[in-house]
Design a protein around this ligand. Structure first.
Ligand code: KG4
Ligand code: ZN
Length: 335
């Protein structure tokens, strides 16, 4: 069974063809980072216009570079929630148009579930598992009972983990998106020290997490009480702040994982989404693996937004004959 996956929920346009639930025949993306970087974050209007251009470029590339034509696929899957509404609408309209032209069934998928489903590409997932979705817009802990059943166990009260990385990087004037920049800078630093900030996170928030307090503590650490007059930071201070922030963000996530594993006795853990490419988080989570517990981490190219993850999840629905009506709609929020 061949599934076309379409991803346009935020600032990456991607198309993919996945066969038999696993084999990736095509998975290309066009990133919009350079278009948004000058604004320090994603501009929704620009994102939608870029998807409009990139979808057609990718479709041409797909038909040229893979031996597969859209007429040969069995179904067309597309992310329809959550995300930027204009961007989601572009992807859904594109998907519906292809469905009508080629008489294919449509499969509307949840972008967050798709991130977790990406872990199936490189390994054989065992169910149930603790699904940890850490991205730029969301941080959610799921119990994933089977390929299509996702139950929320906890989530962030405010900022997502990736958003916290991005906002702290912005305060440090590192650029956008901040997560990979902080990760690389800290890895390359020969000397790094923990800074003392006023932020307590241990034994808080029950099943949920919160990152906005960390962001505020860093802001006050940099500027003192005088927020009107930002302080110039030395390079070593920038490294120390980035290092400390990365340690705290990854420890908050790790601590929740450990609690969930204890509470529900999960034997399998999947960590996915953009922040799952963070090298420190990957190492900390891998250390949880033992004779009793397995950890599954998609490789970084399947952690960022990509069409393959949408096609994989679409394939799970198609296998069960679950399709979506052609008047399906998009939703910006996850509830
Ligand atoms: O999943 P994703 O590609 O898009 C959303 O669905 O949001 O995640 C993007 C987020 C951004 O906040 C970015 O800074 C973060 O993932 N990210 C990272 C790393 N690579 C991407 N955060 C920390 N370390 C990284 N290496
Ligand atoms: Zn995403």
């Amino acid at each position: 069974m061949l599934i076309l996956g379409i991803e346009t929920s935020c600032d990456e346009t991607s198309l993919a063809i996945v066969g038999d639930g696993k084999k990736v025949y095509f998975n290309e993306l066009i990133s919009q980072i350079s278009k948004h970087a000058i604004f320090g974050g994603v501009v929704p209007e620009i994102a939608a216009r870029e998807h409009y251009k990139s979808l057609f470029v990718l479709l041409e590339l797909l038909e040229k570079n893979s031996n597969i034509k859209i007429k040969d696929v069995d179904a067309i899957a597309v992310s329809t929630e959550p995300g930027l509404i204009g961007s989601l609408l572009l992807g859904l309209t594109f998907a519906k148009t292809l469905c009508m032209i080629y008489n294919k069934p449509l499969i509307a998928v949840n972008h967050l579930y798709a991130h977790l489903a990406a872990a199936n590409i490189e390994c054989n997932l065992e169910y149930p598992y603790l699904g940890v979705l850490v991205s730029g817009g969301h941080t959610v802990f799921f119990e994933v009972k089977d390929e299509i059943t996702y139950m929320v166990l906890g989530k962030t009260y405010d900022d997502a983990a990736g958003e916290c990385f991005d906002k702290i990087a912005k305060m440090l004037k590192l650029g956008y998106p901040g997560g990979p920049l902080i990760d690389r800078m800290v890895k390359e630093a020969t000397s790094k020290n923990k800074i003392n900030i006023n932020f307590n996170w241990r034994n808080k928030w029950g099943n949920n997490v919160s990152f906005s307090g960390l962001k505020t503590s860093i802001l006050y650490y940099i500027n003192g009480q005088n927020l009107q007059k930002p302080r110039e930071l030395s390079q070593s201070e920038i490294i120390d702040i980035a290092y400390t922030s990365q340690e705290i963000i990854t420890d908050i996530i790790l601590d929740k994982i450990v609690n969930f594993v204890k509470k529900y006795d999960f034997k399998n853990i999947v960590v996915a989404g953009g922040v799952a490419s963070n090298s420190v988080l990957r190492e900390k989570v891998r250390n949880l693996e033992d004779g009793k517990r397995k950890v599954f981490l998609p490789s970084p190219k399947y952690c960022v937004d990509n069409g393959a993850m949408v096609a994989i999840l679409g394939g799970f629905y198609a296998k069960k004959n679950i399709f979506s009506p052609l008047d399906s709609e998009c939703r910006s929020v996850f509830c």
